[in-house]
Design a protein around this ligand. Structure first.
Ligand code: GLA
Length: 379
């Protein structure tokens, strides 16, 4: 049974009637442009065919009542006077309700059933998917127009200020605005977007190292602070404003760590724009090379890779059908992403799984992903 059917049937079981609509919002994988979003730079993610689904019906109370099929738990909260006092998953829904109210939206209550197949904590943005599905639910019951950039900012505010995770805008923006068959070039300063097609006869494969690191949040915040220090050094609002030439002309006066952090961000912005051009031309070889360079830069200069991620990327690159591979997301564990010749994707997945297991003793999870639409509502 599809997840859509599962949430719809779950709704009937929980509430004794049919849902009025079903919304979904996807997870994402980033092809290139890593740790650039909070530097006002460029990212090139795609929405994947794994999502959070909510079947729902507006109610006449100022309340949200939601049952999670994944956690087998029902929570209920009043929209007047939201407080942080529930299971972690429910705080994402409340955070979105809170952020919408802070932005001046008047909310209508609803009953819903939620389920998802974005692996939690793997770096595929299950939290952004839950936030955007919740935003889609509130927008649908009140018939607000869907403006991806506005809603993405609201999701990010929920995550930053309610959940307390200091993320950039990439995950919420792609979950709000993704398009089937395409990646999205996002300018994280203006939130302008451009659709770019995946190169013909290629597929994107997500390679989960099955390792998770603690302290990701503190390392992430440390990188952000280092980037801000570098921007101050160059006298600009964000590293986005420094060109490779400007960087090179002053590089000798920077301390070693700041120099390497800045070099990653500045060159990664360039690579991301070049990658979008390569995709526009259908040039899988060039896109693959840029992904490989991105990984080296993330590993050596930005220092957010891990032994397992480096092994996974090396295992992927050993396979003939692979154009390129890199770690994706915040790093320190989680997933790598590879661009692979479509016809050979299944053989590639089994070969990489076997080789990664041989080297590390860990069984990875591997997902061949289709680029899907961003958040949607249907009946
Ligand atoms: C996490 C954050 C994003 C982005 C990436 C790194 O996924 O949520 O905003 O900063 O890390 O590119």
């Amino acid at each position: 049974m599809s997840l859509r059917q599962q949430v719809a049937r779950g709704f009937e079981r929980c509430f004794g009637r049919l849902p009025e609509l079903v919304v979904r919002a996807p997870g994402r994988v980033n092809l290139i442009g890593e740790h650039t979003d909070y530097n006002d730079g460029f990212v090139l993610p795609m929405a994947i065919d794994r999502a959070v689904w909510i079947a729902l019906r507006p109610n006449d109370a100022q309340r949200v009542v939601v049952h999670s099929l994944d956690f087998d738990e029902t929570v209920e909260f009043s929209l007047a006077g939201l407080r942080r006092n529930q299971s972690e998953w429910a705080e994402y829904l409340k955070g979105v309700a809170w952020a919408l109210q802070e932005e001046g939206y008047v909310l209508h209550g609803w009953d819903g059933v939620v389920a998802g197949d974005v692996p939690i904590g793997a770096g595929l943005s299950s939290s952004a998917a839950l936030e955007l599905a919740t935003a889609r639910a509130f927008a649908s019951v009140s018939a607000w127009p869907w403006d991806a950039a506005i809603v993405a900012r609201i999701g990010q505010r929920a995550e930053n200020e309610w959940v307390g995770v200091n993320c950039g805008i990439m995950d919420q923006m792609i979950s709000a605005a993704g398009k089937e068959g395409h990646a999205l070039l996002i300018d994280c300063r203006s939130l302008e977007t451009r659709l770019v097609p995946l190169p013909p006869e290629t597929v994107v494969v997500v390679l989960d190292t099955a390792t998770r690191r603690g302290l990701v949040d503190s390392a992430y915040n440390e990188r952000r602070a280092q980037c801000e220090a570098a921007a101050r050094f160059f006298g600009v609002p964000a590293l986005r404003d420094v060109t490779v030439t400007q960087f090179e002309s002053r590089v000798d006066t920077l301390d070693d760590v700041t120099r390497r952090r800045a070099r990653h961000v500045i060159t990664e912005n360039e690579r991301t724009l070049q990658a979008a051009e390569a995709m526009q031309r259908g040039d899988a070889v060039q896109l693959g090379l840029l992904m490989n360079t991105s990984h080296v830069s993330l590993s050596d200069d930005f220092e957010v890779s891990s032994g397992e991620l480096d092994h996974m990327v090396a295992c992927a690159l050993q396979q003939e059908p692979c154009y390129g591979a890199r770690m994706t997301g915040a790093g320190f564990g989680g997933c790598a992403v590879a661009l692979v010749r479509g016809a050979a994707a299944d053989a590639f997945a089994s070969a990489v799984a076997a080789e990664y297991h041989r080297v590390t003793g860990i069984s990875p999870s591997i997902y061949v992903c289709a680029a899907s639409n961003g958040a949607e509502a249907g009946d």
